[in-house]
Design a binder for this molecule. Structure first.
Ligand code: ATP
Ligand code: MG
Ligand code: FE
Length: 352
């Protein structure tokens, strides 16, 4: 099958075409195109929902043509059209859903609404070193921080999650306090390269809580206190030190809790997904810690850590292959701005 996928849950318009493969191999990416609205929202210090929706409308069809040209395929060859049904910004989601359903109706092809987090979660299957089920997933994005046990497509067990800010949010808010632009994660990571991660003793919230939950709100407050002391200082070094110390605090909690989840489940495989999965310090520390425990770690390709259309087309293709989702010719679409991932779960979990 050829699956065309649309992502428009937030501030990235993504379109991609994947092809399912024989013999249980993961679907193959034939082409993808992405437009990030980051520059447009930068002046406002965050995503402006109404502007996001309008920009998705402007970008989605040109991107679709780009993907088809890249893939050397015609629109009429597409078998299934997939779109992000949620969670995300309602107006932004509606653009992808509307375009996907209109195209599918015109082509007389079925549509499938995909869960954005399932897309993130499965994105490492497009990498050169795809994982195998079951695994522990560390999902670290701008809006979510979760540890999950994943036994297959549609078998997701939440092991723990953040009780306040997401890891990406912690990066973004700390970056803002340090006077870095939006989104701050990559900028904070760049500044941290020049800093001493042991310079500031920042809190590691819930590190010893005994469960697999996270909390990052307190860290942000601690960064605020330190950042205030730096105001007006002529020297850049303390800012770099604070950036490095912040990154170290976030990364340490993510690594330790991931190891705990692996120990609790007895699984020997970890999958990292979401924007923060692009963080090089996180990757280095996870690789080191997991190598010591004999655990294999899988990541998405760097470009597929943040939002993209490839992961949406992929998730739809994998759902169809696993018999875990049905594409339908009901074009009366709706979106789910809030949508817990475990609502997707299939009836019985596979025997462990
Ligand atoms: P969600 O998927 O939960 O709805 P989202 O789609 O906004 O949220 P993603 O696109 O997966 O989230 O990731 C964006 C987040 O990743 C931002 O918070 C960004 O700062 C962070 N991020 C991206 N690259 C890096 C990096 N190299 N280091 C740290 N954080 C990063
Ligand atoms: Mg984004
Ligand atoms: Fe996302």
């Amino acid at each position: 099958w050829l699956v065309l996928g649309f992502e428009s849950s937030c501030d990235e318009t993504g379109v991609a075409l994947v092809q399912t493969q024989e013999g249980g191999a993961p679907p193959r990416l034939l082409g993808q195109a992405l437009h990030s609205q980051v520059a447009m929202h930068a002046d406002y210090g965050g995503v402006v929902p109404e502007l996001a929706s309008r920009d998705h409308i402007r970008r989605v069809l040109p991107l679709t043509h780009e993907v088809l040209a890249q893939s050397g395929r015609a629109l009429t060859e597409v078998d299934v059209v997939a779109f992000t049904r949620g969670p995300g910004l309602a107006g932004a989601l509606l653009v992808g859903a509307g375009v996907a359903c209109a195209l599918a109706a015109a082509l007389d092809r079925p549509v499938l609404g995909v869960h954005h987090l399932e897309g993130h979660l499965l994105s490492p299957f497009l990498s050169a070193d795809p994982p195998e089920f079951p695994f522990v997933a560390l999902l670290v994005s701008g809006g979510h921080t979760q540890l999950m046990r994943v036994d297959g497509v549609g078998y997701y067990e939440l092991l723990g999650e953040t009780i306040d800010d997401a890891a990406g949010e912690a990066f973004d808010k700390s970056a803002k306090l340090l006077g870095l632009g939006y989104p701050g994660g990559p900028a904070l990571a760049r500044l941290a390269d020049f800093g001493d991660a042991t310079a500031y003793a920042l809190p590691r919230p819930l590190l010893h809580s005994g469960d697999l939950n996270f909390s990052f709100a307190g860290l942000k407050t601690a960064v605020l206190t330190q950042a205030r002391k730096l105001e007006g200082l002529p020297c850049e070094q303390p800012r770099a030190d604070l950036a490095a110390s912040t990154q170290a605090a976030i990364v340490e909690v993510l690594v330790k809790k991931s190891l705990k989840a692996l120990a609790a489940t007895g699984l020997r495989r970890l999958v990292v997904a979401g924007g923060v999965g692009a963080n090089q310090q996180l990757r280095a520390d996870l690789n080191r810690a997991c190598a010591r425990q004999g655990v294999r770690v899988h990541y998405p390709e760097l470009a597929l850590c943040t939002d993209n259309g490839a992961m949406i087309a992929l998730a739809a293709a994998m759902r169809l292959q696993a018999g875990a989702g049905q594409a339908s010719r009901d074009y009366a679409f709706d979106v789910r701005p809030r949508w817990p991932l475990d609502e997707l779960n299939r009836e019985a979990a596979p025997t462990r």
